[in-house]
Ligand binder design. Structure first.
Ligand SMILES: O=C(O)CCC(=O)C(=O)O
Ligand SMILES: [Mn+2]
Length: 213
């Protein structure tokens, strides 16, 4: 389904190519290509790689602590700590570029965000397995806005209780919005590919409930 959803949003994208809902039921995921033009994507990627403190991701799998080749950075307002795959992360401060991207994501999502998880995939062998963004700290009713810079990669959904699936190619400069209750009913993953793909940065803007100061 393609529709003209956004009349007053930032960016020079063609609203006729927006996919209003990739999912057949139990949530909604809206795909918006070309929100950022290719010059902005290159400039923002370079700046994010240079200015953030990137760490190899660590997660528990089959009872063992695994260090991935994929790198991550967790950014947010003070008090926005976040436990992800059993590891507690404390936020880095927002940079001017990240705030600019956040404001664009907020205008599209009609919601404010106080944190962002960034993933840096160096090649097509680096991926992310099936999961939902349903951590306890997240505001249940808030959307998640996923911004992609770099090589296009296949992003898949599978329903938790029924044999249903969907997928989308997340292209350079695109935004994917996942609205409640998507995370309750669907898992998503970023598939490996044998194709040679350029590095990619993905940013998921999130609204988390802040710790009491
Ligand atoms: O890289 C992507 O597109 C997916 C990232 C993701 O699902 C996450 O950070 O939770
Ligand atoms: Mn996710």
């Amino acid at each position: 389904m393609q529709t003209n959803l956004f009349d007053s949003t930032p960016g020079g994208y063609d609203s006729s190519t927006v996919v209003a809902n990739l999912l057949p039921k139990d949530g909604s995921a809206t795909y918006i290509p070309n929100v950022f033009d290719s010059n902005s994507c290159s400039m923002l990627s370079a700046s994010l790689r240079a200015t953030l403190d990137w760490q190899q991701d660590q997660l528990f799998m089959f009872g063992k602590l695994i260090t991935t080749k994929r790198e991550v950075a967790w950014v947010g307002d003070a008090g926005c700590s976040y436990t992800y795959s059993g590891v507690k992360k404390f936020p880095q401060a927002w940079t001017p570029e990240l705030l600019r991207i956040k404001h664009t994501a907020e205008a599209l999502a009609h919601h404010t965000f106080n944190s962002c998880l960034l993933n840096l995939y160096h090649d097509g062998d680096q991926s992310m397995g099936w999961h939902s963004d349903d951590e306890i700290e997240l505001e249940q009713s808030a959307p998640i806005a996923s911004v992609s810079f770099g090589g296009g990669r296949k992003f898949s959904f599978k329903h938790k209780f029924e044999k249903l699936g969907a997928s989308v190619l997340l292209e350079n400069g695109s935004v994917l919005l996942m609205h409640a209750p998507t995370q309750n009913f669907w898992q998503h993953s970023l598939t490996k590919t044998k194709r040679i793909v350029p590095p990619r940065i993905n940013l998921t803007f999130r609204a988390i409930r802040q710790e009491q100061q």
